[in-house]
Design a protein around this ligand. Sequence first.
Ligand code: PLP
Length: 407
Amino acid sequence: MSDENNSVNQKIATTAVHAGEVHDPSGSHINPIHQTSTFIFENSEHIESWGTGQRDAYVYSRGGNPTGEVLANKIAALEGYGMENSDQVSAIIFSSGMGAINAAVLSLVNAGDHIITQQVLYGSCDHFFTEHLTNYNITNSRIKELNAELLEAEFAKYPNTKVVYIETPANPTMTIIDIAHTAKIAHAHGAKVVADNTFASPILQQPLALGADVVVHSTTKYINGHGTVIGGVVVSADPEYMENGPGKKLRYMGGAVPSPFDCWLTNIGLKTLPLRMEKHCANAREVAEFLDSHDAVTQTYWPGLANHPNHEIAAKQMSDFGAMISFDLGSYEAAQHFMDGLKMCSLGVSLGNVDTLVQHPASMTHRVVSEEDKAASGITVGMIRISIGIEDAGDIISDLRNALENI
Ligand SMILES: *Cc1c(COP(=O)(O)O)cnc(C)c1O
């Protein structure tokens, strides 16, 4: 379908609003929800011309749906924003971020292959690699921050490596991986780089432009932004990979298809992503500085702070530092007292919503991670993670200040 606003000179805020939108023949301003499982052919000639590839047609919503296509095209425009080959970038949407990650990775590995990834990972992703893929003889190794020397050594040890899997900023320590550097090393060894861009969103960071081969997102988070939908997406500038991997094979056969209503909600949320990220990031800076200077906080993890170990890399590859902050209160007891002292901020997993969400990684998102891996990843019992919302920064800080007085 045509993108009516594909001007190369437009700014990203305009792309977020207009890219992918298709005006319905009815004249309806907002793209409709095509809440249908199947699509009607006009006659046998129509079927014939579809069958021989002369004419495109929607057939069955597991294969594709117009409401979903609008969302996919908008995400592709944002992830490929400013790239020379942006017209090659396409996206396939899934019913969850994990569905997208499954499809992206399984399109690149077979039994006997190896995956190299970083120590700190999203909890379910950690579990997927260590507990699930190993059953199919797809092995993995974990390296702290994908340090270049260790990465080279790992390639020497595992010449069967097909994928280097990156998550940056990484959950929950906000570890930053140098995407361009990692891609250079991976490509020299014939491996592909898959990057989870959920925490940055396509507004702050575009991994494809930095050399990653595939981008995945949990659209549940910033892309939707309002906490109403679980969803995911795979994005790449390699049409063959998209066609034969996540698209044809893994979504169609795997069946992790999002509902048209969910796609519609996510697409509406996505239109305000540039505006939301600006406020999220500005608020995060104020909160991070407040936490960093508070006596009860032993450590604050936010890539925008000059004392964050990966601050320089973040400044190089991101246009702002995101709105995910973790901090340490030194003990589980202090963390409990803090959580019980909150009034405005909600206690819950997930992130990237307009309201501020607080959670305790060791007992919530990373509960399934082994004690040994928790320790190696720096996930302590005193650690709290906050997804900073778009409320007034002063109100967020005052809620946190009161809760800190409770410990
Ligand atoms: C939430 C999340 C996922 C998984 O996405 P779902 O939509 O929950 O399936 C993957 N990676 C990161 C970084 C996430 O935050």
